[in-house]
Design a protein around this ligand. Structure first.
Ligand SMILES: C[S@@+](CC[C@H](N)C(=O)[O-])C[C@H]1O[C@@H](n2cnc3c(N)ncnc32)[C@H](O)[C@@H]1O
Length: 250
């Protein structure tokens, strides 16, 4: 199974269809509870949701009384987010999150659910951290979550098949993955209830916690806590995520 792995900006094609619901782990309410447990997430705070997707997390933060600005490059996602949530507190911006600058405007920066590391080149990836850090006030908090390379090394599965409920029927996805040049590369085949088939390609660079610590530090961000999921599990080979929490230096 081979799809469009030469597409430089693969994410523009990837993040638009219904099937991406399957890829995104939508546990927004639980995520906000986790954030409140780990950091200080209070009504009235300004939060920057970098690569906000369809705005699920922004919506939950808005319900918790925060003022959220979400940015995403996917037009259908931003349209969905705006339609679903019209709140005076929360705004959704269509644009490139690597260049969206509002210096020191936020108390919290969030980059959630593997929205980092889409390029092969490390310097290109690191560009995402410029607004992530610059948009944060001194002493502000950040939450970041991505794939856990330790988990992938131990539990690697070449094929993952899922059936996902869609109305009265199901969408079937077959994901074939490989690790190549430090990246998790996946080809997807999606079969819709009406028999329609689509293919998609996605890739994410895998970084260790130490590599992230060093990268974050270059942007004035101190990683203070690391978790393996939103149930506060330890970061190790048996928990699927890498969640980083910390502060911007004063
Ligand atoms: C895996 S999804 C996660 C979405 C969201 N954070 C969530 O938790 O549901 C990654 C998102 O990043 C967005 N994205 C990727 N590169 C981007 C960029 N340079 N600027 C803005 N959005 C980007 C994609 O459109 C997609 O919505």
């Amino acid at each position: 199974m081979k799809t469009n792995s030469n597409n430089e900006k693969w994410w523009i094609d990837f993040f638009k269809g219904d099937f991406t619901e399957v890829v995104l782990n939508q546990q927004a309410a639980e995520t906000v509870s986790f954030m409140k447990e780990v950091g200080q997430v209070l009504p009235g705070m300004n939060a920057f949701d970098q690569c906000c997707g369809k705005g699920y997390l922004a919506h939950e933060l808005d319900k918790a009384g925060l003022r959220v600005t979400g940015i995403d490059i996917s037009e259908p996602y931003i349209e969905y987010a705006r339609t679903r949530l019209s709140s005076e507190r929360t705004a959704f911006v269509l644009g490139d999150a690597e260049t969206y600058l509002r210096p020191a405007a936020f108390d919290i920066s969030i980059n959630w659910n593997t929205s980092f590391g889409y390029h092969e080149d490390d310097e290109e990836n690191e560009r995402m951290l410029i607004p992530f850090s610059e948009n944060l006030k001194e002493g502000g908090q950040f939450f970041f979550s991505t794939m856990n390379p330790l988990f992938i090394a131990r539990h690697f599965q070449r094929f993952i098949v899922k059936q996902v409920p869609s109305g009265d029927s199901t969408i079937i996805t077959i994901r074939e993955s490989r690790i190549e040049r430090g990246m998790m590369k996946s080809d997807w085949l999606i079969v819709y209830p009406d028999g329609r088939r689509e293919t998609a390609y996605g890739q994410t660079k895998l970084y260790s916690v130490d590599q992230f610590r060093a990268m974050f530090l270059r942007h004035g961000l101190l990683v203070e806590k690391v978790y393996g999921d939103i149930a506060l599990s330890p970061y190790d080979e048996d928990h699927p995520s890498m969640i980083l929490y910390g502060h911007k230096k004063q």
